[in-house]
Design a protein around this ligand. Structure first.
Ligand code: CO
Ligand code: CO
Length: 307
């Protein structure tokens, strides 16, 4: 076993031989949107993300499906699976099978298996003081999804968050690899940007400085944050990181909660040595993949500094 549970990393890793290791992960979600095909796409992109976050390449998938019998039509279930399949195809990941059960609330996800070279595993606990911190997708999906469920959004806001969630982290991870292994990497999901940044900081016993003005946010999220429309999970996330948080006076409470907002299928959060940061930026820009320089790594002890 090369990566287990101890560092709360994105996936487990098991060495097969000197050049290959298995990356294994499982993830499932309750619906984030009414459209069953879109939900299937989000479920697949979200599950695949943990393999990309470890520096792996997904090869096979097993589907997990819970369906309320008699509530969802066979056509709707078919659309969920079709959406998932489309994203697996994009990832060049083969579906080998799966398992479904009857349940009160629909749920869908995948167990994904990937491959990685044992010397090129991207861990979340290996950032070093002086590194630059990057993010590849906007945050704020949690508060927007709640607004969608409450019927308080417009089509363009829904489009923006959906586009974010169904975008695979495939291209981002391939682009990182063009420059070289990051010093540390994870993906931003349920614990929010602050929660995942804290795991990186705690795992490596370093500080993380986050620059609020550089952090990208999906359409509508700032307005909803201003109206304090957060789901309870975001407040829970904030409470969890608060003991480790140092906030500059300029940053509002709503902004801090937005930084802790639970994300579904978020971007890669990774660190690189400062001397490689500019090359990383020009390479992403050449390939046409979004990249945001959102902060830097400080010397220990572990803490989060937001300014
Ligand atoms: Co993850
Ligand atoms: Co996960």
């Amino acid at each position: 076993m090369l990566v287990g549970n101890e560092t709360h990393d994105d996936a487990g890793i098991y060495r097969i031989n000197s050049s290959q290791a298995l990356v294994q992960t499982v993830d499932f979600l309750t619906p984030v949107v009414d459209d069953p095909e879109l939900f299937g796409k989000v479920a697949a992109a979200n599950s695949l993300s943990d393999v990309y976050a470890m520096g792996g390449i997904p090869i096979t998938a097993l589907n997990l499906l819970a369906v309320p019998e008699g509530v969802l039509s066979p056509q709707e279930v078919g659309a969920m699976l079709r959406g998932g399949q489309e994203v697996l195809n994009e990832a060049e990941c083969r579906l080998l099978g799966g398992h479904s059960i009857d349940d009160n609330e629909p749920k869908m996800g995948y167990s994904i298996t990937g491959l990685v070279h044992p010397a090129h595993i991207w861990r979340n606990s290996t950032a070093q003081a002086g590194d630059i911190l990057f993010l590849t997708k906007p945050i704020g999906s949690g508060i927007v999804i709640k607004a969608i469920k409450d019927g308080e959004t417009s089509p363009d806001i829904i489009d923006d968050v959906m586009r974010m969630m169904i975008t695979l982290n495939k291209q981002a991870s391939e682009t990182i690899r063009l420059v070289g292994d990051p010093t540390a990497c994870t993906d931003v999901t349920g614990f929010g940007l602050l929660g995942h940044a804290w795991e990186m900081a705690a795992g490596a016993n370093v500080g993380m400085e986050l620059h609020v003005s550089a952090i990208p946010v999906v359409a509508g999220a700032k307005e909803l944050a201003g109206q304090d429309k957060f789901p309870s999970g975001s407040r829970r996330n904030l409470k969890y990181v608060t003991p480790h948080l140092e906030i500059s006076g300029q940053v509002s409470e709503g902004t801090i909660t937005l930084l802790a907002d639970a994300v579904t299928s978020g971007g890669l959060l990774f660190t690189v040595k400062e001397e490689n940061a500019a090359l990383m930026e020009t390479t992403f820009s050449d390939v046409g993949v979004a990249l945001y320089r959102i902060g830097r790594v400080l010397s220990g002890p572990a803490k989060l500094k937001v300014l």
